[in-house]
Ligand binder design. Structure first.
Ligand SMILES: [Zn+2]
Length: 115
């Protein structure tokens, strides 16, 4: 359940950013949760209300998430494929050797607020 600690960090970062910019109320925050990040969006949804509890700047704040796809390039035949859908194995030649091209990121992408 390591989602809760990274969520705390993201929420703290959003809070600091809001403070630095004189924003008193956030309307939403957007997290980028890559398919290969090892984090499950369902846990963030579950813990978000707990983590923002008592933080005034987050009152009524919505949690948004994007899920960048886990793409890989096969080292043997250079086919591009989705790691999740193909279970880590190249659909063209069957090789497991690959370079991950994206989808490993976890980050606070955006904060939204009303003027
Ligand atoms: Zn291949």
């Amino acid at each position: 359940m390591h989602e809760i600690s990274v969520l705390y960090r993201a929420v703290e970062l959003a809070e600091e950013t809001a403070e630095e910019n004189g924003i008193s109320r956030l309307s939403y925050i957007t997290l980028e949760v890559g398919e290969l990040s090892g984090y499950l969006p369902v846990f963030f949804e579950k813990y978000f209300p707990v983590v923002i509890e008592g933080r005034e700047v987050f009152e009524g704040c919505q949690l948004r998430m994007t899920r960048p796809r886990g793409e890989a390039l096969c080292t043997d035949c250079h086919a591009m494929y989705n790691v999740m859908e193909c279970e880590g194995k190249c659909p063209r030649c069957g090789s497991r050797y690959k370079t991950i091209l994206g989808g490993t990121q976890f980050e606070l992408k955006e904060i939204g607020y009303e003027e």
